[in-house]
Design a protein around this ligand. Structure first.
Ligand code: IVH
Length: 689
C-alpha cells in the first residue's frame, strides 16, 4: 500500500471496500473473539488511511465504513440498553507530532489559533461503563457494547462496593456518569491462582479478568471479584454540573467516585507533551495497567462545539505508550484460510516473552508484507506486541541463514487444492473454492452462529469446529437439524448443556432480516450493509426475488440495487455474484424454509429541513468556521459538496461569495445567507422579521 492517495474514484472505491472488509475482520477478532489480529499501530494506520481516502472522496464513504463503527454488538444473555448519548471511542496518537496535529485540527475546526488547556488522565486498560443516576440513585448501568447499545449489567454493578449506589450531595435529576471498570494487577494474579486451583478459566490479562468478572449472569460472582472504577466522563445530563472537565472531575469526587489521582489540568500543548513522559515513568509503579494517556480539551463549551467525527470526539485523543518488543526465531510460515477464502500467512516462533506474555505465533498479514520484511523460515526476527493484539513481526535481524529459501506464495489453496488467485489491486490472495473448501465452509459456520449474526449461545467457535470436524454440521441449515441425542455423550457435554444448546438454536428460528442477510457471509455485506438492504427491501421474499433478478447486468433490479444510497455498484456486483451461484441460492432457500424471518422497519429520516439536501457553502462565514458548519449540516442529514451543479439543492452564501453564487443564480438554485442557514440548522430561532 503506497502512501499516495488513490488517483481516481474507482481506485478509491476499491481500496475503501478492501479497508472496510479488513477492518471489520480485525474488529470482530478484537471485540468478539478477544483475539486481535494486528497491533494497535497497524490497525490505526489502516484506519487513518481509510479516513484520509474518505475525506478526499467524501462521496464514496461506505455505509459500512469503519469510521462509523466502534466496538462489537452486544452479547446474548443480558438485556440491551440503548445509550442516550453514543459511547464512542478515541483517536490515537503515538508521538508528539500526532498530538500537535490533533490540536491543530481542533483549532482549524473552530477557526482559532488560541492554545487549549487540557486535562491529562491515565488511559486505564479496563472496560468502559455507563452509570445512570436518577434523583441521586443508581438506576441502571450498561457496558459500551457496539457504542449505541450495550448490555444491562445493573445487577453486577450494584455488587461492586467501590461504585456509589447513591450520589453524595446535590446532583442533577438525571445524570449519566461514565468510567472504566478494572482490576488491579495483584488482584488479577490472585484471581488466576484461585481459578487455576479450582480448574476454572484463566484470564489472559487484568482487562479480560475485569470484563469476565463484570459480565457474569450471576451477580454473586461479580461481588466476589475485586473490581474498581475510575470515573472520567459524562453521558446525558439534565442540568449543567461544571464548565470545565477538571471541574467535572471535582464534582465526581464530591459524589463519591474514585477519580484517578494522576489526572491533571494542563495549561497548554507543551505541558501536555511533558505530562506524557511523566506518566510513562510512573507507569511501572502503578497498581493497575494503563496503556497511554487520554487528553481532553478542558473547556466543556469547546467540547460541545467540537463534537464528534465518525467514532471519536474532536476534543480528546488517546496518546498510547510505545509497543513492547522482543527478538526470536521464525520457525515456520503457515497459511490460514479465512471465511472469504483469504490466505493469511502466520509465523510460528520459538516462544519468547514480550511484555509479560509468552508468544509463539505472529501474523504476517499477507505476501507483500513477507516480501517487504524479507523474512524466511529460520530468520531471527523482531517482534512487537501492543496491548492485547496478536503480535506482529516488525523486522528481520541480521542476514538470512545460508541454506534458507525465500517464501513462495501458494497458487493453490492448502486446504482444498482449488486455485488461489490474487486479483489485481488487491493484497490478499484468495482460495476460489468457495463453500466447497472445508476451511471456508467451517469459517462460514462460525460466522453464521456468531454475535452479530444468529448469535447462538453455546455455539461458539470451538464448538462449531468440533461439530464440523465430526460432520455433525456442514451447512448452516444443519444447525437447525441438530438433535439432543447427537450431542449427548460427547466429551464435555451433559444433559443440561445439550438441552440448552438445542433451546438456544430453537430460539433463533425467528430472526431479523438484517441479521439473516449478514449471517450469509456474503463478501462486503457487513452489518451496516445488511441493515441497509433489509430496510430497503423489507421482507426476505422481496429481497430474495430482487437479488435473483439483479444477477442480470443492466436489469432494472440491478440498477435499483446499485442505486440504493451507499450500496453502490461494487457491492451490487458482490451480491449479484453470490446469487448467480445456484448452490448459494439453494442454501438461502434451504434456510428460509426452516426459519421465520422478520420484516425490517423502514429507516427513520431526520426532520431537519436540511435532511437529504445536497448543499454547497461559498464565501466566508462570520459565526462558524467552515469545517464546523459542514459538520453541523452533515449531522442533520445534508450532503455537503464543493461545486454547484444541477444536483445542488441549496447554496449558503457567505461574504464575498463569487462564482458559485453566480452559478447558483444561473441554474435557479435556492440560496440562503449565513443567518438563514443558522435558522435552518436550528442554531437560532427565526425572529420573524
Ligand atoms: S474518555 C468519548 N478517558 O479508552 C470519549 N476513556 O479508546 C470517552 N479509557 O472507550 C472516553 N481511560 O474505555 C476516556 N481516562 C479515560 C480513559 C478512557 C480508558 C478507555 C475507554 C474508551 C477507550 C477509548
Amino acid at each position: 500500500m503506497s502512501d499516495a492517495l488513490p488517483g481516481t474514484p474507482i481506485e478509491a472505491a476499491v481500496e475503501l471496500a478492501r479497508l472496510a472488509t479488513l477492518l471489520a475482520e480485525y474488529d470482530r477478532a478484537y471485540h468478539e473473539q478477544d483475539a486481535p489480529l494486528v497491533t494497535d499501530a497497524a490497525y490505526d494506520a489502516l484506519r487513518r488511511r481509510n479516513a484520509a481516502i474518505e475525506s478526499a472522496f467524501p462521496d464514496l464513504v461506505r455505509p459500512d465504513s469503519p469510521s462509523h463503527r466502534v466496538g462489537a454488538a452486544p452479547a446474548g444473555g443480558f438485556a440491551k440498553i440503548r445509550h442516550a448519548v453514543p459511547m464512542l471511542s478515541l483517536d490515537n496518537a503515538f508521538a508528539a507530532e500526532d498530538f500537535t496535529d490533533f490540536v491543530e485540527r481542533a483549532q482549524r475546526f473552530l477557526g482559532t489559533s488560541q492554545p487549549f488547556a487540557f486535562v491529562g488522565e491515565p488511559k486505564i486498560d479496563g472496560l468502559s461503563i455507563s452509570l445512570t443516576y436518577i434523583d441521586g440513585q443508581l438506576a441502571f448501568a450498561a457496558t459500551r457494547g457496539d457504542g449505541s447499545e450495550g448490555e444491562d449489567v445493573t445487577a453486577n454493578i450494584r455488587a461492586i462496593p467501590a461504585i456509589p449506589q447513591t450520589l453524595r450531595g446535590p446532583a442533577p435529576a438525571r445524570i449519566e456518569i461514565r468510567g472504566e471498570v478494572f482490576m488491579d494487577k495483584q488482584a488479577f494474579l490472585a484471581l488466576n491462582a484461585a481459578q487455576e486451583a479450582a480448574h476454572q478459566k484463566i484470564f489472559a490479562n487484568p482487562r479480560n479478568a475485569a470484563a469476565g468478572s463484570l459480565r457474569q449472569l450471576d451477580a454473586a460472582i461479580t461481588a466476589q471479584r475485586p473490581l474498581r472504577l475510575f470515573a472520567y466522563a459524562m453521558g446525558e445530563c439534565s442540568a449543567p454540573v461544571a464548565t470545565t472537565h477538571h471541574g467535572y472531575l471535582e464534582r465526581l469526587r464530591g459524589w463519591g467516585f474514585d477519580v484517578n489521582d494522576l489526572s491533571t489540568q494542563l495549561p497548554n500543548t507543551e505541558a501536555a507533551i511533558a505530562f506524557q513522559s511523566r506518566v510513562g515513568t510512573a507507569r511501572a509503579g502503578l497498581a493497575y495497567d494503563i496503556d497511554g494517556v487520554v487528553y481532553k480539551i478542558d473547556a466543556l463549551d469547546l467540547q460541545a462545539r467540537l463534537g464528534f467525527v465518525g467514532r471519536a470526539p474532536r476534543w480528546a485523543i488517546a496518546w498510547k505508550f510505545p509497543a513492547e518488543r522482543a527478538t526470536t526465531v521464525l520457525e515456520k510460515i503457515d497459511i490460514q484460510v479465512g471465511r472469504t477464502g483469504a490466505l493469511t500467512p502466520v509465523a510460528w516462533l520459538t516462544p519468547v516473552g514480550v511484555g509479560g506474555v509468552l508468544v509463539s505465533r505472529a501474523t504476517l498479514h499477507n505476501e507483500d508484507e513477507i516480501a517487504r520484511l524479507d523474512v524466511r523460515e529460520g530468520d531471527v526476527v523482531e517482534l512487537q506486541r501492543a496491548g492485547d493484539v496478536i503480535p506482529q513481526i516488525v523486522a528481520r535481524i541480521g542476514d538470512h541463514r545460508p541454506d534458507s529459501t525465500p517464501f513462495v506464495p501458494l497458487t493453490t489453496c492448502p486446504v482444498c487444492g482449488s486455485p488461489a488467485h490474487r486479483a489485481s489491486g488487491e493484497v490478499v490472495r484468495r482460495c476460489t473454492g468457495g463453500l466447497v473448501c472445508p476451511a471456508q465452509a467451517e469459517e462460514h459456520l462460525i460466522h453464521f452462529a456468531s454475535r452479530g449474526a444468529f448469535d447462538i449461545e453455546g455455539l461458539g467457535e470451538k464448538t462449531v469446529r468440533e461439530f464440523f470436524a465430526d460432520k455433525l454440521i456442514a451447512t448452516p441449515a444443519d444447525i437447525f437439524r441438530l438433535r439432543e441425542d447427537q450431542i449427548l455423550g460427547r466429551e464435555g457435554w451433559g444433559e443440561l448443556s445439550a438441552r440448552n444448546l438445542i433451546a438456544a438454536i430453537a430460539q433463533r428460528r425467528t430472526i431479523a432480516l438484517e441479521r439473516f442477510i449478514y449471517a450469509l457471509g456474503i463478501r462486503r455485506i457487513g452489518e451496516a450493509n445488511a441493515r441497509l438492504l433489509a430496510r430497503h427491501y423489507g421482507s426476505v421474499a422481496h429481497w430474495r426475488a430482487q437479488m435473483e433478478l439483479a444477477v442480470q447486468i443492466g436489469s432494472e433490479a440491478r440498477e435499483a440495487l446499485g442505486n440504493i444510497l451507499r450500496i453502490g455498484p461494487a457491492i451490487a456486483t458482490e451480491l449479484a455474484d453470490f446469487f448467480a451461484v445456484a448452490s448459494n441460492r439453494a442454501r438461502v432457500d434451504e434456510l428460509t424454509g426452516v426459519l421465520t424471518i422478520k420484516d425490517a422497519e423502514p429507516e427513520a429520516i431526520s426532520d431537519s429541513p436540511l435532511a437529504g439536501k445536497t448543499i454547497v457553502f461559498t464565501g466566508g462565514l462570520a459565526t462558524l468556521a467552515r469545517p464546523e458548519a459542514k459538520a453541523i449540516a452533515e449531522r442533520l442529514g445534508a450532503k455537503v459538496t464543493e461545486s454547484v451543479s444541477k444536483k445542488t439543492d441549496l447554496v449558503i452564501l457567505g461574504t464575498d461569495a463569487g462564482s458559485k453564487a453566480k452559478k447558483a443564480a444561473e441554474l435557479g438554485i435556492a440560496t440562503v445567507d449565513e443567518s438563514g442557514f443558522r435558522i435552518m440548522a436550528g442554531l437560532e430561532v427565526n425572529s420573524g422579521a
